[in-house]
Design a protein around this ligand. Structure first.
Ligand code: NBP
Length: 473
């Protein structure tokens, strides 16, 4: 078939609708399909004059697309994606490109890739970040899949992606599930960023700052090295007043955090690969503990601690918390990048970590000025082992480490939980400690299990043990 629409999208919920409007606005004709046909009709009717073709059957939808067909599935992650693919398979032809733009688990993407490739179809798992607004105005897009699809998809992806300094926030991430994998790590890092900001807020609040004062601090931080979308929206959220009561909205919101699971996927992947992501772990666990509100209310009456108050000068605290936040953020990104590097080596994905940082500069939730510095660090040293050792980040960490300690120490002293700040600092201190206490740990292992140890005064790789005394209990 010649002619036909440039692109097709299945799944007209909030993400799908906004992506379609974005794609159409860049000059592409788009066919749309939704399981519930009324949604399709309503969507097309609400956008007259646009190059949209509403289809009531997948057969009509597939027939309406130019070949090789380029279509995106944007339905609820999980079984719905498989259900749509099953229906599509008999309708598609060799070389057609099926993109899953939802938040699929990367192992599901690998399974689908192995399912569709032998059928001659090209499957692209693409992470799309930025929520509703990103989808409409320009998301960060992380497509994986066969390299042959990149040339075909590039004009559309580059046209619809967010742009930063004239660069589109999209690149071919790597084969198979690499795109969805990188989106998962993006989300894990997002968890870390959000928790760190919340800890900064809790400390400023404990020093008696009003929400308006804190909003001003975050606004000021957004003009400096912490500039980021999340800092910006934090300032705006703190400044927001409830229309009914006139109180700050944040003071009315129940302290129970929700989560959709991508943070936990990141934790599992890190555990499987023995990579430390303690900041992200702390962030996920902080959400879990927050959700146990009833138990916390009981414990708050039974377990003792100092009053959660900081009697300190506001300007000094603000400067210290700034440094603690920046340093902890660097640790969190270093850990996320370490996990990506480990998986890239294991799966031979050849991930371009500097490039990934660069496409996260726009469209997505973690967009931030400092991502430029990560890109530069990998440009300067493509084999960089740990982000914290790049000269720029070393200097920031060395400069901020005393303030960071003071913040964590004050928080601990006042009984204010700062799990992500303290996990980040512990990682920093562990990494820079030449001689850890693991000598004693090895002694214990050898004591109870004859598991042997290496010696400082022995050659590396030679294993020793000792005749430990008998334990009489
Ligand atoms: P939802 O995740 O709420 O999914 C709703 C869509 O899935 C509807 O179009 C629905 O059709 C369709 N659907 C379902 Br449910 N089961 C289906 C099935 N068996 N067959 C065909 N269609 C089915 O939509 P969303 O919030 O727009 O999110 C879409 C994807 O994007 C998800 O993977 C989500 O995790 C991801 N997402 C990403 C971001 C981000 O920031 N990147 C934000 C939000 C969502 P119906 O109308 O007939 O029920």
């Amino acid at each position: 078939m010649s002619g036909g629409n440039d692109f097709g999208l299945i799944g007209l919920a909030v993400m799908g609708q906004n992506l379609v409007l974005n794609i159409e606005s860049r000059g592409f004709s788009v066919s749309v399909y939704n399981r519930t046909p009324a949604t399709t009709d309503d969507f097309v009717a609400r956008h007259p004059g646009k190059r949209l073709t509403g289809c009531h059957s997948l057969a009509d939808f597939v027939a309406s697309l130019a070949r090789p067909r380029k279509l995106m599935i944007m339905v609820k992650a999980g079984a719905a994606v498989d259900a749509v693919i099953e229906q599509l398979i008999p309708l598609l032809e060799a070389d057609d490109i099926v993109i899953d733009g939802g938040n699929s688990l990367y192992t599901d993407t690998e399974r689908r890739d192995a399912w569709l490739t032998p059928l001659g179809l090209r499957f692209v798992g693409a992470g799309v970040s930025g929520g509703e607004e990103g989808a409409r105005k320009g998301p960060a897009i992380m497509p994986g899949g066969p390299a042959s699809t990149w040339g075909v998809m590039r004009p559309i992806f580059e046209a619809i992606a967010a742009q930063v300094d004239g660069q589109p926030c999209v690149m071919h991430i790597g084969p198979g599930g690499a795109g969805h994998y990188v989106k998962m790590i993006h989300n894990g890092i997002e968890y870390g960023d959000m928790q760190l900001i919340c800890e900064a807020y809790s400390l400023l609040q404990a020093a008696g700052m009003s929400t308006d004062q804190m909003a001003a601090v975050f606004e000021q931080w957004n003009d400096g090295e912490l500039q980021s979308y999340l800092i910006q929206i934090t300032a705006k959220a703190l400044a927001q007043r409830d229309a009914e009561t006139g109180k700050p909205v944040v003071d009315l919101i129940l302290d129970k955090a929700g989560q959709k699971g991508t943070g936990q996927w990141t934790q599992l992947n890190a555990a499987e690969n023995a990579v430390v992501i303690s900041t992200i772990n702390a962030a996920v666990e902080a959400r879990v503990l927050s959700s146990q509100k009833a138990q916390r209310v009981v414990a708050s009456r039974q377990l003792q601690g100092p009053p959660a108050r900081l009697a300190v000068d506001h300007a000094t605290l603000v400067a210290q918390v700034h440094d603690a936040l920046y340093a902890s953020k660097i640790v969190s990104y270093a850990q996320g990048l370490d996990l990506m590097r480990t998986m890239s080596d294991k799966k031979q994905w050849a991930l371009d970590l500097g490039g990934i940082a660069s496409i996260w500069r726009g469209g997505c939730i973690i967009r931030a000025r400092f991502l430029n510095r990560i890109t530069e660090a990998y440009q300067d040293d493509p084999a960089l082992g740990n982000l914290m050792l790049a000269p720029f980040f070393q200097q920031v960490l060395n400069r901020g480490q005393m303030a960071w300690r003071q913040v964590v120490a004050q928080a601990v002293g006042a009984g204010i939980p700062v799990p992500a700040f303290s996990a980040s600092l512990a990682y920093y201190d562990s990494l820079r400690t030449e001689r850890l206490s693991a000598n004693l740990l090895q002694a214990q292992r050898d004591f109870f299990g004859a598991l042997t140890f290496e010696r400082f005064d022995g050659p590396a790789g030679r294993w020793f043990n000792t005749d430990w005394p008998e334990v009489i209990e």
